[in-house]
Design a binder for this molecule. Structure first.
Ligand code: ADP
Length: 399
C-alpha cells in the first residue's frame, strides 16, 4: 500500500477538545489497523469519562458566542470548512480507505457527499424561520422563534467515517449549537482530520470537539451530563436502545439511526438489467456494510432464473482487493475480524439449512477480513440472515 497515514498532514493521534490537541489523561492510546492488511496504521488517544466531561464543558463554554453569531456569520465559517474539505479530498479519502477498507473511489465519493451536508446546513441555518399563530384572545400575539438547543453530542459508526460525522455536526452548528463527537473506535482518523480542517477554517475553539477512546465511558457522560441537550447516534440497534434508555433518565432529546433489514423486490415485469444494477448498488456498496443494504432479495418465480444468472455474472466480475489499489477495486475487506466472521457464520448457517451457493460462499483467497462476493438462492426465513443484518457482500435470493 502506497499511502502512509502517519505522514499525512491531516493525521492526528490526539483528540480535539476546546481547540487543543490532547492526549488521554492516562496517556493511553489505541492501536488502529488497516482492515485490508491487518497492519497497524496509527494510534488514537484512549480517553474516558474525565476527558468527555472536559469536552462537554468546552462545548458549553463555546456555545454563547457561537449562538450569538448570525446564521450568516456561522455559514461563512462552515463554508470555509466545506471548501477545505473539498481541497483535501484526496487525503481525506485515503485516510478513510486506510482505516475502514472502503475502495478509494467510494471514499472520494463519500468526502464530497459529506461536505454537501455542511453546505446544506450552512444555508438552512439562515432559514430558521419562526411562525406566527393567530391567537384566541384579541390582546394576545403568539410568535414562535427557534433557538439552538445548546451542547449536542454525536456517536458515529465506522461505515461512513466522514459523511456520518458531517451529517451530525453540520445541522447542529448551522442551528447555532456546539458539539462533541465520539467517532467509532475503528475509524477515528477521518473525524480527527475533519477537526484539523475545521480549525484551519476558523471554527472557534470548543464549537466542535472530537473525543476518542472508551465508548461506554464517553457515552455515559454524553448521555448524562446536564449540559448535553441532544444526542444523535448512528449504529447498532442494541447500542441505540441503551443510549436512548440512558438519555431517557435525563429526558434528553435523542435522534437515532439504527440497523435495518432492507428488502428488495423484483417482480415478473421488472426490467431485469435495471434491477441487477440496483441490487449491485444497494447490496454491494461498501462491501455490503451499510444500514440500507438490501439484505433480503425477493424475486418472483417467473424471472428468478434469468435474474439470478444476470446477477451472478455481474458479481463474478467484481474486482476484490485493497481499497487503496489503483486498479479499480469494487469490493474491499470487511471492517474487522468480527465482521468477516459474522458473514462467514451467516453463510454457513444458510448453507446448512438448505441454501444453494450460486457464486462465492467462502472466505476470499486474499485472506484476513476478505470475503468472496456471494449470491445464494433458496434462502428462507429459518436462516440467520433472514432476520439479522449480514453486513457483508452476500446477496440472499428468496424465490
Ligand atoms: P457497529 O456494530 O456498527 O460497530 P455499534 O453500535 O457497536 O455498531 O457502534 C456504533 C458507535 O457506538 C461506535 O462509535 C461505538 O463506539 C459506539 N458505542 C458502542 N457501545 C457504546 C456504548 N455502550 N456507549 C456509547 N457508545 C457506544
Amino acid at each position: 500500500m502506497s499511502f502512509d497515514l502517519k505522514s499525512d498532514r491531516l493525521y492526528r493521534s490526539q483528540a480535539f477538545i476546546g481547540g487543543q490537541w490532547r492526549d488521554a489523561l492516562s496517556g493511553a492510546r489505541d492501536d488502529i489497523f488497516d482492515p485490508a492488511t491487518g497492519d497497524k496504521i496509527g494510534e488514537a488517544a484512549h480517553m474516558g469519562a474525565a476527558e468527555a466531561t472536559q469536552a462537554v464543558e468546552a462545548a458549553k463554554a463555546a456555545f454563547p458566542a457561537w449562538r450569538a453569531m448570525t446564521a450568516d456569520e456561522r455559514a461563512e465559517i462552515m463554508m470555509a470548512w466545506h471548501d477545505l474539505i473539498l481541497e483535501n479530498k484526496t487525503s481525506l479519502a485515503q485516510i478513510m480507505t486506510a482505516e475502514c477498507g472502503k475502495p478509494l473511489a467510494q471514499s472520494e465519493g463519500e468526502v464530497v457527499y459529506g461536505a454537501s451536508f455542511i453546505k446544506w446546513f450552512a444555508d438552512e441555518g439562515k432559514r430558521t424561520y419562526g411562525e406566527t399563530i393567530p391567537a384566541k384572545q384579541r390582546d394576545r400575539r403568539i410568535i414562535v422563534t427557534k433557538e439552538p438547543a445548546g451542547v449536542t453530542a454525536a456517536i458515529t459508526p465506522w461505515n461512513f467515517p466522514n459523511a456520518c460525522v458531517t451529517r451530525k455536526i453540520a445541522p447542529a452548528l448551522g442551528a447555532g449549537c456546539t458539539q462533541v463527537v465520539k467517532p467509532a473506535p475503528e475509524t477515528p482518523f477521518s473525524a480527527l482530520a475533519l477537526a484539523v480542517l475545521a480549525q484551519e477554517a476558523g471554527m472557534p475553539d470548543g464549537v466542535l470537539n472530537v473525543v476518542t477512546g472508551d465508548a461506554p465511558a464517553i457515552g455515559g457522560v454524553l448521555t448524562s451530563h446536564p449540559a448535553v441537550q441532544v444526542l444523535t447516534f448512528t449504529g447498532s440497534t442494541p447500542v441505540g436502545k441503551l443510549l436512548a434508555e440512558q438519555c431517557g433518565r435525563h429526558v434528553k432529546k435523542t435522534s437515532l439511526e439504527l440497523g435495518g433489514n432492507a428488502p428488495f423486490i423484483v417482480f415478473d415485469d421488472a426490467d431485469l438489467d435495471d434491477a441487477v444494477e440496483e441490487v449491485i448498488a444497494s447490496k454491494f456498496r461498501n462491501s455490503g456494510q451499510t444500514c440500507v443494504c438490501a439484505n433480503r432479495i425477493f424475486v418472483q418465480s417467473g424471472v428468478f432464473d434469468t435474474f439470478s444468472q444476470k446477477l451472478v455474472a455481474r458479481v463474478e466480475a467484481f474486482k476484490v482487493g485493497h481499497g487503496d489499489s489503483d486498479a479499480g477495486v469494487d469490493i474491499g475487506p470487511l471492517v474487522n475480524k468480527a465482521g468477516a466472521d459474522k458473514v462467514a457464520r451467516h453463510v454457513e448457517d444458510a448453507i446448512a439449512k438448505g441454501a444453494k451457493v450460486l457464486t462465492g460462499g467462502a472466505r476470499h483467497s486474499l485472506g484476513g477480513n476478505f470475503y468472496q462476493p456471494t449470491v445464494l438462492q433458496d434462502v428462507n426465513t429459518s436462516m440467520q440472515m433472514a432476520s439479522e443484518e449480514t453486513f457483508g457482500p452476500v446477496a440472499p435470493l428468496y424465490r
